[in-house]
Design a binder for this molecule. Structure first.
Ligand SMILES: C[S@@+](CC[C@H](N)C(=O)[O-])C[C@H]1O[C@@H](n2cnc3c(N)ncnc32)[C@H](O)[C@@H]1O
Length: 275
C-alpha cells in the first residue's frame, strides 16, 4: 500500500514537468508543419465530412461548382472556376495555376508537341490547360483509371469545347494503356508526357514508354510532385540512366503556398551516355 502511494506521489510530481517539457516540442512541430496540417484538414477531414453530408464525391462537388460558375466553350473560365473552388472550398490535387502557367503551359508552348500523353486526368483540369495551348492539329491522349473521375473529366473536357480528335480520354491503368498506344491509337512517338498519376507508377511507366519505343530524341517528360509527396526512385533512375537531361523546377504544392514541391523536366537524349 505504501509503495503504491509513493509511486502515485512521484507520478503526480513528475508528470507536469514532463508535460511542460513537451510544450516547446509540440509548438515547434505545430509551427513547422502548419501548412501540412492545413492540407490534412482540407484534403482529408473536410473531404470526409462533405462526402458524408452531400452524398457526392469531392470531384462531383467541384464539377457542380464549375457548371454554375464557368462559361461553356471558354477553357480559361473553366480553369478559373476550378481554381476558385480549390482555393476557397476544398483541396484537389490539380496542377493549379502557378505550376500550370509557369511550367506546364510554358513547356507546351515552347515544345509545340504534336502528340501529348497525360497520365492521371482526374477531373480534366490539366487536360484543359494543355489542350488550350496545343498547336493546331495536335492531339492529347489522357489516361485515367478511376471511372468516376474519368466520367467527370470527359464532361469537363467537352464543356471546354474540345472534341475527341483533340483530347481523347482513355479509361484504364497506365501500365495497360501505354503498351497499346501504338497498335490501338496509331501513336508512333510521344513528344510530351505529363506524369501526374500515382508517384509509384512514374518509374515503371517511364521504363514502359522507353521499352515501347514511344520516346524519340527530344521527347520531353514532365513529372509533377517529385519532391512532395516525392518520387525518389524515379529521380534516382533519371539521374543515373544517362538517357535524359534533367531539370528540376522548384515550386510550391498546388493551392498550398507553404509546402515546397517540384516538377522534373526530362528530355530524352536517346542514347545511354555511360556506354
Ligand atoms: C493528381 S491527380 C491528377 C491531376 C490532374 N493531372 C490535374 O492536374 O488536373 C491523379 C489522378 O491519377 C489517377 N491515377 C493514378 N494512378 C494511375 C494509373 N496508374 N493509371 C491511370 N490513372 C491513374 C488517379 O485516379 C487520379 O485521378
Amino acid at each position: 500500500m505504501s509503495v503504491c502511494v509513493c509511486v502515485y506521489v512521484r507520478v503526480r510530481m513528475v508528470s507536469p514537468a514532463i508535460a511542460l517539457a513537451f510544450v516547446p516540442l509540440l509548438l515547434t512541430v505545430l509551427i513547422r508543419y502548419r501548412f501540412h496540417l492545413v492540407l490534412l484538414w482540407r484534403a482529408v477531414v473536410l473531404r470526409c465530412f462533405y462526402d458524408w453530408s452531400s452524398g457526392l464525391t469531392r470531384e462531383e462537388r467541384a464539377f457542380e461548382y464549375v457548371l454554375t460558375h464557368a462559361t461553356p466553350g471558354e477553357p480559361n473560365s473553366i480553369l478559373d472556376a476550378f481554381d476558385a473552388w480549390c482555393h476557397s472550398k476544398e483541396f484537389i490535387s490539380h496542377i493549379g495555376p502557378k505550376k500550370g502557367v509557369c511550367i506546364l503551359d510554358r513547356l507546351v508552348l515552347e515544345t509545340s508537341p504534336l502528340c501529348v500523353l497525360e497520365l492521371g486526368t482526374h477531373c480534366g483540369y490539366s487536360s484543359v490547360r494543355i489542350a488550350r495551348v496545343l498547336p493546331v492539329g495536335a492531339r492529347l491522349i489522357t489516361v485515367e483509371m478511376d471511372e468516376r473521375n474519368a466520367n467527370i473529366a470527359e464532361k469537363v473536357i467537352r464543356l471546354a469545347g474540345y472534341d475527341d480528335d483533340t483530347v481523347e480520354l482513355r479509361v484504364g491503368v497506365s501500365e495497360e494503356v501505354i503498351p497499346r498506344l501504338r497498335e490501338e491509337m496509331g501513336v508512333d512517338r510521344v513528344d510530351l508526357v505529363f506524369m501526374d498519376h500515382w508517384k509509384r507508377c512514374y518509374l515503371p511507366d517511364l521504363q514502359l514508354l522507353e521499352a515501347s519505343g514511344l520516346l524519340g530524341r527530344g521527347s520531353v517528360v514532365l513529372a509533377d510532385n517529385v519532391l512532395f509527396p516525392g518520387a525518389p526512385h524515379f529521380l534516382r533512375y533519371t539521374r543515373a540512366c544517362g538517357l535524359y537531361t534533367l531539370r528540376i523546377h522548384r515550386a510550391t504544392l498546388e493551392y498550398s503556398p507553404g509546402i515546397q514541391d517540384g516538377m522534373a523536366q526530362l528530355e530524352y537524349i536517346g542514347v545511354n551516355v555511360d556506354t
